[in-house]
Design a protein around this ligand. Structure first.
Ligand SMILES: Nc1ncnc2c1ncn2[C@@H]1O[C@H](COP(=O)(O)OP(=O)(O)OP(=O)(O)O)[C@@H](O)[C@H]1O
Length: 259
């Protein structure tokens, strides 16, 4: 444990004309373990995702960030308690979890390469696809590319398709895994803009390595190390503390990768 854990304070937000209301966390993990054969990958992960804003899940390579998202979705063999708005989901199948409103944007984007942009979107929303208002509002560049095969898009454009596809559904919370990985700085900024806009409507649990992006759009951070939570707190406080970020993540604010 590199630092004492601090409770995220962002679940208390002034609403209702200035009265402070403590909102139920949208997602709660309590003592979650994942084992792959003899490998004990998550070793009692416990944290909450507040009902508003972006919570960044950080940590060095291989500490269990993606596995944490997969544990929530039932894509990794897990034990422990997981709840969405206080309702337990740890015994539910992945299809039910997704149907009930957990949106997932995986690291490898998983667009259907042989289908057009519009066809990719119509898999989720057959009636509207590219015509959906959310596409017009957040992904106008995709409209011009509606007939282009998704496999021929750039990495950033594929990321936008992947995000748009999830946003065509009503989501209680979004789990987004390294959306800016491998993107040029300009595209990192574009993805950050979209995520900031989306987070105004839907809370996000975001796995992200780019600290500039974390500083810009995240409210809360949760840091994993070797399958355990080693730090929770405010994103701005962590990123401002070079010694702490180096200790927890092995890096401080990166120069590369705009946000
Ligand atoms: N299906 C699997 N079978 C066995 N081991 C796995 C499996 N999936 C992940 N692991 C192992 O679990 C550990 C955590 O992996 P995970 O992908 O969650 O890390 P991460 O923090 O997301 O890493 P990165 O930042 O590199 O993406 C790694 O040691 C990985 O090799």
């Amino acid at each position: 444990m590199t630092s004492p854990e601090t409770s995220p304070e962002t679940s208390a937000r002034p609403v209702d004309g200035g009265h402070t209301a403590v909102l139920t966390p949208v997602l709660t993990l309590d003592d979650v373990h994942v084992r792959y054969g003899g490998s004990h990958v998550l070793q009692g992960v416990t944290f909450e995702v507040p009902a508003t804003g972006v919570t960044a899940l950080l940590g060095r390579n291989g500490v269990g960030k993606t596995t944490t998202l997969k544990a929530v979705l039932g894509l990794a063999p897990r034990t422990g308690s997981i709840a969405v708005r206080g309702n337990p989901i740890e015994t539910q199948a992945t299809t039910r979890i997704v149907r009930d409103g957990i949106g997932y944007v995986p690291e490898d984007r998983e667009v259907f390469a042989g289908l057009t942009v519009d066809e990719n979107l119509r898999l989720v929303d057959p009636e509207r696809g590219i015509e959906a208002p959310i596409v017009r509002d957040l992904f106008p560049d995709l409209i011009a590319r509606r007939a282009q095969r998704a496999g021929t898009l750039s990495g950033g454009q594929q990321q936008m398709v992947s995000l748009a596809r999830v946003l065509l559904r009503d989501n209680t919370v979004l789990l987004i895994d390294e959306p800016t990985k491998g993107l040029a700085p300009k595209l990192v900024t574009e993805v950050a803009d979209v995520l900031a806009e989306v987070a105004r409507m839907t809370p996000i649990l975001l796995v992200e390595q780019n600290l500039a992006l974390v500083r810009r759009i995240a409210d809360t951070v949760v840091v994993l190390d070797a399958g355990r939570v080693v730090h929770r707190g405010r994103a701005d406080a962590l990123v401002a503390d070079a010694e702490l970020t180096r200790g927890l993540l092995g890096v401080s604010m990166r120069r590369e990768g705009a946000a």
